[in-house]
Design a protein around this ligand. Structure first.
Ligand code: HEM
Length: 194
């Protein structure tokens, strides 16, 4: 099979996403541990090794600094995808849903799952920003808090982004492997770009 070559912006987006997501998740877990949304101070704590920042204020500094990298990365990539019209053929469409529901070709089905999973990651990342903004400025963005039905539901939703983002990222890399082999994964992170 010919080794795939990825566009440089796609590679940069993947690298920055990988690093900034790692920082957002670990600093978020540090904040969580200071006052767990599940059970309060005496509630369910996570192993301290998963946290970044050492204590609440350290975790918040990391979270809010990485937030800029994470959000701006998503923003420029969104502009790139629209400007280059990649959005027209890159994301899951009715054809993929049809392939999954009535298709007979197992290869096409894997490909459809692959497209569906990476397409789903985008709204989850946008939800992280939307819910995070509501937690950051709850007085100014009270309507964001209201849209979740209240503060606790907002916190729980924001927290749930951690397991959901990790699961989707793991699925995404496994499906990428299934569809294009190790060389597809390598081409996104290590090999030369177009
Ligand atoms: C995928 C990206 C993100 C992940 C995985 C993540 C994860 C977390 C986690 C686990 C917490 C602790 C939740 C709690 O116990 O209440 C948290 C808190 C928080 N996050 Fe995020 N977050 C992400 C993105 C963002 C973004 C983009 C913003 C801002 C726009 C943001 C703003 C906040 C705020 C304000 C808090 C509460 C800080 C505090 O109470 O001191 N987060 N985050």
């Amino acid at each position: 099979m010919r080794s795939p070559i990825q566009a440089l912006p796609a590679k940069i987006f993947h690298w920055v996403s990988f690093i900034s997501l790692f920082l957002m998740i670990t600093s978020g877990l540090q904040i969580y541990n200071a006052n767990p949304v599940f059970g309060g101070r005496e509630g369910i704590h996570l192993p301290a090794i998963l946290g970044l920042g050492g204590w609440l204020a350290g975790g918040r500094h990391w979270h809010f600094a990485s937030m800029w990298i994470f959000s701006l990365n998503l923003l420029w990539y969104g502009i790139y995808v629209v400007a280059t019209k990649r959005w027209r053929h890159r994301y899951a469409s009715n054809k993929d849903i049809k392939a999954l529901l009535v298709g007979q070709n197992p290869k096409r089905k894997n490909y459809a799952w692959h497209r569906l999973v990476y397409t789903m990651i985008i709204p989850v990342l946008l939800l992280a920003i939307y819910s995070g903004l509501g937690m950051y400025k709850p007085a100014q963005f009270y309507w964001i808090v209201d849209s979740f039905g209240g503060w606790d539901a907002l916190r729980i939703t924001h927290f749930l982004i951690v397991p959901i983002a990790i699961s989707l990222a793991a699925l995404h890399s496994q499906l990428g492997r299934k569809v294009g082999g190790d060389s597809l994964l390598d081409s996104m992170f290590w090999k030369n770009a177009k």
